[in-house]
Design a protein around this ligand. Structure first.
Ligand SMILES: [Zn+2]
Length: 391
């Protein structure tokens, strides 16, 4: 994960939050450099730095390079010992992970589960694992928690909305369970959207991430921001209509992409081969089983055809395929060749199509990034420092 960012403001009078943003983005600056690049008065700058120091948001580090015969002290963002807990849920697996705020995963555990069980049955074991993983650290401060679910999520409230995968869950099930355990900032996001953010290599590119696991999810990130659409449904590609009389979909219509290319549709079609889950498909694919390969390639063809339209509309730098099916090498390669064969040259030029990280790595990275953004957003820091001044 990289943090290639341009701070909101590089010059002019800056609030505590913008000042911290500048220090974070540059990797540290001396007081002289801060005075020069912000144009703030010495008194105002020093007062703000003092507040940030007392809030433990920055520290002064001895710089080894001498400037004009003197050693300068650099003001750095205090990222030491700060950790984020991520709980990344898929339909059949979940990963709980502790990362530092640069995105480096420190401790992680992946377990199997069934997302369509009651919310408490799914969430409580993951919360328990999170508690255990956090207790293994020393000198760490938990700054926030990110949770991803394989269902649509309202970005404002963190509620799961219209979830066909978990229709029995109360909308606030995740918020209530997690905030009952930890009183820190919480971000809840759809799994494919978190994955899209995690797979983006910089904040200045457009990434389309397609997770093919039990279902099909898609996240689109433009210039580092998740594209949500007017009603939060942007990228819900599983229900793109690809055939007029295809199999019946969970949404009640026929011929949706998910009925051709999702993991659950593959399990249905491979049932006669004794296949009952995604792990068995992945294993059979690795062993080169011809029937499994034929079904996977057919599914990839349909997906590639549907994605060609999405890719033409969005014109991304990268298309990343994730999920247990999406990361099977020949599946990803077939999607790649189908998309590149279908789009015009201007769209194909420079377009990178790759299989993403295995497991829930991308979602964990994306969640860590979302939590860090929320906690250290200039507005959030300004609130915090205002509170501090008032106390
Ligand atoms: Zn459908």
């Amino acid at each position: 994960m990289t943090t290639e960012r341009v701070p909101a403001r590089l010059s002019g009078a800056t609030s505590h939050g913008h000042l911290l943003d500048l220090i974070r983005a540059t990797g540290g600056m001396s007081r002289q450099q801060l005075l020069a690049s912000t144009g703030m008065s010495r008194a105002t700058l020093y007062e703000r730095l003092e507040t940030l120091l007392r809030r433990n948001l920055i520290y002064e580090a001895e710089s080894m390079e001498a400037t004009g015969g003197r050693r300068s002290r650099k003001i750095r963002f205090e990222d030491r010992g700060r950790v984020v807990l991520a709980i990344a849920m898929g339909q059949t697996h979940a990963t709980v992970s502790v990362s530092d705020i640069t995105g480096r995963q420190l401790r992680s555990r992946t377990v199997q589960h069934r997302i369509n069980a009651p919310a408490g049955t799914v969430l409580q074991p993951l919360i328990q694992i999170g508690t255990e993983l956090l207790s293994m650290g020393t000198g760490e401060t938990l700054i926030g928690i990110g949770v991803s679910v394989p269902a649509p999520v309202d970005a404002g409230t963190g509620y799961v909305v219209h979830p066909t995968t978990i229709p029995e869950w109360e909308p606030d099930a995740v918020v209530t369970a997690v905030s009952g355990q930890w009183q820190v900032p919480l971000v809840i996001e759809n799994d494919a959207r978190a994955g899209a953010l995690g797979e983006g290599t910089t904040d200045i590119e457009t990434t389309v991430y397609v997770k093919v696991g039990t279902g099909i999810g898609c996240g689109i990130v433009v210039d580092g921001a998740i594209l949500r659409g007017a009603h939060g449904a942007a990228g819900d590609i599983g229900h793109i209509h690809v055939a007029s009389d295809g199999p019946l979909c969970r949404c009640g219509r026929r011929g949706c992409l998910a009925t051709f290319s999702s993991g659950s549709s593959l399990i249905d079609r491979l049932a006669s081969q004794g296949i009952t889950n995604l792990d068995e498909i992945a294993r059979a694919a690795a062993q080169g089983q011809p029937d499994v390969e034929a079904q996977l390639l057919a599914a990839a063809d349909v997906l590639g055809g549907a994605l060609a339209a999405t890719i033409t509309t969005v014109n991304p730098n990268r298309l990343v395929l994730g999920g247990m099916i999406g990361t099977i090498p020949y599946f990803a390669e077939r999607v790649r060749s189908r998309v590149l064969g279908d789009v015009v040259e201007r769209i194909a030029e420079g377009l990178e199509i790759v299989a993403g990280a295995a497991g829930d790595h991308a979602a964990v990275d994306g969640l860590t990034r979302l939590v860090t953004r929320k906690v250290f957003a200039p507005d959030a820091i300004d609130m915090l420092t205002t509170d501090y001044a008032a106390n």
